[in-house]
Design a protein around this ligand. Sequence first.
Ligand SMILES: [Zn+2]
Length: 217
Amino acid sequence: MVRFATVRQEIADTCRYLADHGYFAGTGGNIGVRLDASLMAVTPSATDYYAIGPADVPIIEIATLKRVDGETVPTVEKALHACMIKAYPSRRASIHTHQPVASAIALLHEILPWGPGISTDANGDNVGLIPYRPSGTGMLAKAFAKAIKPKTYAYLMASHGVICSADNLKAATTMLRQIEQSAQHYLQTRIQKMTTLDKQLQAFLLAALETSKGKGA
Ligand SMILES: [Zn+2]
């Protein structure tokens, strides 16, 4: 019998959902969910999202990151998810993605404001910024732990992607969609303000961003 089978199944289902909607590209993107005071379940490292079942989702200790259940290797970004889960104990789910428009904004190394109509009560003050460090390293986890703010629940990881935390996986998925919408709005506003940009190119870019709004989780 698989321990915490429901949560592990939910992680596997969320992987497929996010892969289907372009938030997880290739094997890029991962998830952590708190199970109890000391344990969390995380996605396995570099695995085909469509092949993951509940038994393939390893369980690790939040404090030590050591695997206590499951045969697969835990995601290389497990330390990031542990950081998130420790920082906001009531928020059980943490998701890291390489979603397209927000990852483009992450190349600018700027804080992303929430777009119009998106509540800062549930989502935090803005989408914060974690300085660039190579992915999967202790340096990144350290920079992240330092950048975390009490009322910021979503972050752009400079030149890399996005990470956010919410009460559960469903709420975290909604948040990812709101991050993508905010990134689209931010980019559109910036392009509209660029008076030196070729008009035809400007119109093309704005139309492309408008089209991308209909897509996503
Ligand atoms: Zn990544």
